[in-house]
Write a protein that binds this ligand. Structure first.
Ligand code: COA
Length: 504
């Protein structure tokens, strides 16, 4: 018997519960799962799998997997599997507290990789064999094609490459998602690659559905559960000041003739600050903007609803519970204005560069020369991962990084002599913004950059210390091109580890 969401009779016959479906997954396998920034991840099979792993562990039998996704998922996937000791290798972006803790304790190998690179890495054969794909969808068509869910991520790749496929059909995902996606099937491996025919953020160059060989589908599991997404911190004085600095910069660029009133397609990163920056754009009086970005967070949804953004391309919706309700209520409007694509397209270097995206990403810290750390505390403890920030920073028209000038109540300066980990080097960073001001690094030498970053971005509590470091480095370092005192360059981080404060 078919149900409206499972319209393929052969696949309807493969319906089973999550525990039965999880039996297809064996220790040591590589499993490609759906899920991107907490959206569209499988809700039931990973938990059933975790229960099997716990049972195996009690019997003294190791049961761990290589787990590959689009990006971060939620407690039902990363949390459950990590807690069961069921992940021995994970990529790419993650943000689950349990998983993060185990990575930082050295129990799980984690590979942080540009989100735009994951699919081609898999296709190149660099990730080895993919045994099983576990993919959440909103429905199955009569011909077996899949209606994608709230994220596309790497689903196309996992469906194509995996030997076997488990599909979770989530009745909670709005069926109105049907038609919002654009799955491009024109990719190829070098040297057969062709230009990707996308000229505007809203162009549709593929088809709305995911293809899959029905013969590979071994289980169909029905679920009825929401994406588990947190809320964003409301914009505060600091994030509002950051946004105001960026808006003023855009106005300056318009006056200088380097940008038009419509700017260029916006990319906005994950996190509270990036979300707050979008609210600032709304207040800044902009209209008729577009976005070519990775995730649509609440701030972007507000701009779309308000008509500030008329078209947004992304790979996932990462909305708070309140925004999910708004999205569902207005889904017909959003389907006209949002296109969800595979992440190999949303984050594609060729497209980001052709469209000339304005990249705006959060960061952990920047150094006086403009190198940026997006991922690590004190050089060795990972927070989330690089996400798509590098895809956009390297290839965009403008690469902006935003952060409050201090963290942890002022104990940490976000501007340091030398970053403790490099995700974006000085060659990929155009603009650094804090609530203190903005450093425009375009066309500047390292020493000129250092003066701009210290004067404009550092918190007053740390500004003199940074200036003092730079002055002494200029006088005392072996080379005068990028002056550093190597024995001291990371001493701020060491001081934080030793005393709990960079101030000492
Ligand atoms: N040192 C130590 N901790 C720091 C820090 C620093 N210099 N800067 C920020 N943090 C901590 C904050 O204290 C906070 O910790 P808490 O959760 O314990 O309070 C946490 O990092 C998040 O900081 P917050 O100021 O709330 O910023 P955010 O939510 O905007 O997140 C990043 C900032 C860098 C963590 C986030 O943007 C990120 O993961 N970026 C990398 C991925 C990316 O850019 N993706 C975009 C592509 S679409």
């Amino acid at each position: 018997m078919t149900s409206p969401r499972i319209a393929h009779p052969g696949l309807a016959a493969h319906r089973m519960d999550a525990a039965q479906a999880a039996e297809w997954i064996q220790p040591g396998m590589a499993v490609g799962m759906s899920g991107f920034t907490g959206a569209g991840y499988p809700k039931a099979v990973p938990q059933a799998l975790a229960a099997r792993m716990e049972a195996a562990r009690e019997r003294g039998e190791p049961f761990a997997l290589r787990v590959l996704t689009g990006a971060s998922t939620a407690p039902e996937l990363d949390g459950a599997l990590a807690r069961a000791g069921g992940i021995d290798f994970r990529l790419p972006y993650q943000s689950d507290p349990e998983l993060r803790a185990r990575i930082n304790r050295g129990e799980i190998e984690y590979m942080d990789i540009h989100l735009g690179h994951v699919a081609q890495y898999a296709w190149f054969g660099f990730l080895g064999k993919i045994d099983v794909a576990v993919i959440e969808v909103a429905g199955i068509l009569p011909d077996g094609r899949l209606i994608p869910s709230t994220s596309v991520g790497n689903n196309k790749t996992w469906l194509d490459l995996a030997d076997k496929v488990i599909v979770e059909v989530n009745h909670r995902q709005p069926i109105g998602l049907d038609g919002m996606h654009d799955i491009y099937y024109g990719t190829a491996l070098p040297p057969e690659r062709r230009p990707i025919p996308l000229l505007q953020p809203g162009d549709r160059i593929g088809e709305p559905y995911l293809r899959v060989d029905p013969e590979k589908i071994v289980a169909v599991v029905e679920t009825d559960a929401p994406d588990r997404l947190g809320s964003f911190a409301p914009p505060d004085a600091t994030s509002q000041a950051i946004a105001a600095n960026l808006v003023e910069f855009f106005r300056h660029e318009i006056r200088a003739g380097r940008l038009s009133e419509r700017l260029l397609p916006l990319q906005s990163g994950v996190g509270n600050i990036a979300n707050a920056v979008l609210a600032g754009l709304q207040d800044g009086g902009f209209r008729d903007l577009t976005a070519f970005t990775e995730v649509i967070q609440d701030g972007m949804l507000d701009l779309i609803e308000a008509g500030v953004i008329t078209m947004a391309s992304a790979t996932a919706l990462s909305l708070s519970p309140e925004a999910v309700a708004r999205f569902a209520a207005n889904i017909d409007l959003f389907r006209e204005r949002i296109v969800l694509r595979p992440q190999e397209m949303s984050n594609h270097a060729e497209l980001v560069r052709r469209l000339g995206c304005i990249a705006m990403n959060g960061m952990v810290e920047a150094d006086i020369y403009g190198n940026v750390n997006s991922t690590h505390v004190a050089g060795s403890t990972i927070i989330n991962g690089i996400g798509g920030s590098g895809d956009f920073a390297r290839n965009g028209f403008l690469s902006c990084f935003v952060t409050p000038s201090t963290a942890k109540g002022g104990a940490i300066s976000a501007i340091v002599p030398m970053v403790s980990h490099v995700d974006h080097n000085e060659h990929d960073v155009d603009v650094i913004v804090t609530e203190q001001g903005l450093a425009d690094l375009r066309g500047l030498s390292p020493k000129q950059r250092a003066r701009a970053v210290i004067a404009n971005c550092a918190h007053p509590d740390y500004r003199d210390l940074l200036q003092d470091y730079f002055d002494r480095a200029l006088a005392g370092s072996s080379g005068r091109h990028t002056p550093h005192l190597l024995g001291e360059a990371l001493s701020w981080h060491q001081r934080y580890l030793d005393t709990g404060s960079m101030r000492g």
